[in-house]
Write a protein that binds this ligand. Structure first.
Ligand SMILES: Nc1ncnc2c1ncn2[C@@H]1O[C@H](COP(=O)(O)OP(=O)(O)OP(=O)(O)O)[C@@H](O)[C@H]1O
Length: 318
């Protein structure tokens, strides 16, 4: 559905040239839900703007929904939906008018635009708001209207640029459950950018981590976390002496990246905490040691970013 090779975009700025996107290779298959994750200024929006034909690449190639973004931008636009960071809805128009107008703009016949608008309003929980001015909608309703606008022409591929920024947690969750439903129903491929680590983790099937304009990691959230950091297992022993004995016991029991003790705690890094736990616990028990608590911490996507770049995504996101 998307294929970019050596995609580059530079901007002329006061202090010289900014390389917003550097030789970016990205492949997205039909039906995937992919999140582009990266700190401020990583090049996510610039990438999205090239893929949606709003911005010409400086060099390299990009094909979207079977069309080249430079040679056939109209073809791309017909096949995609784009929900940008600002609100797509104009001022003073009724919700239904906005949607039908958008459909007409994409060449739908009036009746078709109307029925599609009604269908999307039902799907996105906007029923009964036909005659409400779009500018009077709540933040969550506005964002759902934006998504409806992006889907009115039944695109194969939907781009969402930070769809949930500015929404409260309830509205965010609500927006995602609607998007998940729409995906199930229409099989739309979705590419989104987000600042929210937990959101990329829970919503996306695949996360592409971008830093300084290039892809630095790509995989399912679990793959990324598993590959880079491993899980942290923390055993709390009854005494420092027990902790040292437990550390010695677990070392031979399972494959570990590291084992150390801090006071009464034994901290160990293993590939999969859940898989290692039975062996770890029986090794400790065999020595007659008692544990107070056992915890398995799965690494977060922030740990992944930290391991790859030495920086925290939270700090970088600002
Ligand atoms: N029109 C422009 N002129 C000059 N520099 C630009 C322009 N647009 C983007 N940039 C620069 O390109 C880099 C990438 O910006 P981009 O907006 O793509 O990042 P981003 O990952 O989307 O960040 P954010 O998460 O803050 O939206 C930044 O250094 C930015 O300042």
């Amino acid at each position: 559905m998307i294929r970019t090779r050596d995609l580059v975009r530079t901007f002329k700025a006061k202090g010289g040239t900014v390389e917003a996107v550097r030789r970016l290779d990205l492949d997205v298959g039909a039906g995937e839900l992919v999140a582009l994750l990266g700190p401020n200024g990583a090049g996510k929006s610039t990438t999205l703007r090239m893929l949606t034909t709003l911005l010409l690449p400086t060099s390299g190639s990009a094909s979207v929904a079977g069309c080249d973004v430079v040679a056939d931008p109209k073809g791309v636009r017909r096949r995609i939906g784009y929900v940008g960071q600002g609100h797509a809805a104009g001022t003073g128009q009724y919700v239904a008018e906005e949607l039908v107008g958008q459909g007409r703009m994409y060449g739908l016949a009036k009746a078709e635009a109307r029925s599609r608008a009604a269908e999307l309003m039902a799907d996105l929980d906007l029923e009964g708001l036909d005659k409400r001015e779009a500018s009077y909608l709540s933040g969550g309703q506005q964002r759902r209207l934006d998504v409806a606008m992006g889907l009115i022409h039944q695109p194969d591929l939907l781009f969402l640029d930070e769809p949930s920024t500015g929404l409260d947690p309830h509205s965010r969750a609500n927006l995602w459950s609607h998007i998940a439903r729409l995906r199930e129903r229409y099989g739309t491929t979705i590419v989104l950018t987000t600042h929210y680590l937990d959101e990329a983790d829970s919503v996306a099937e695949r996360v592409v981590v971008i830093d300084h304009g290039s892809v630095i990691a790509d995989g399912t959230p679990d793959e990324l976390k598993g590959k880079v950091s491993g899980d942290l297992v923390v055993l709390e022993a009854a005494s420092e002496e027990d902790a040292r004995a437990a550390a010695a016991a677990v070392q031979g029991a399972t494959a570990t990246h590291s084992v150390d003790t801090a006071a009464t705690a034994v901290r160990m890094r293993v590939d999969r905490g859940d898989a290692a736990l039975p062996e770890v616990l029986s090794a400790v028990e065999a020595r007659g040691l008692e544990l107070r608590t056992v915890q398995v911490h799965r690494p977060s996507l922030d740990d992944v970013f930290l391991t790859l770049t030495g920086r925290s995504l939270r700090e970088s996101a600002g």
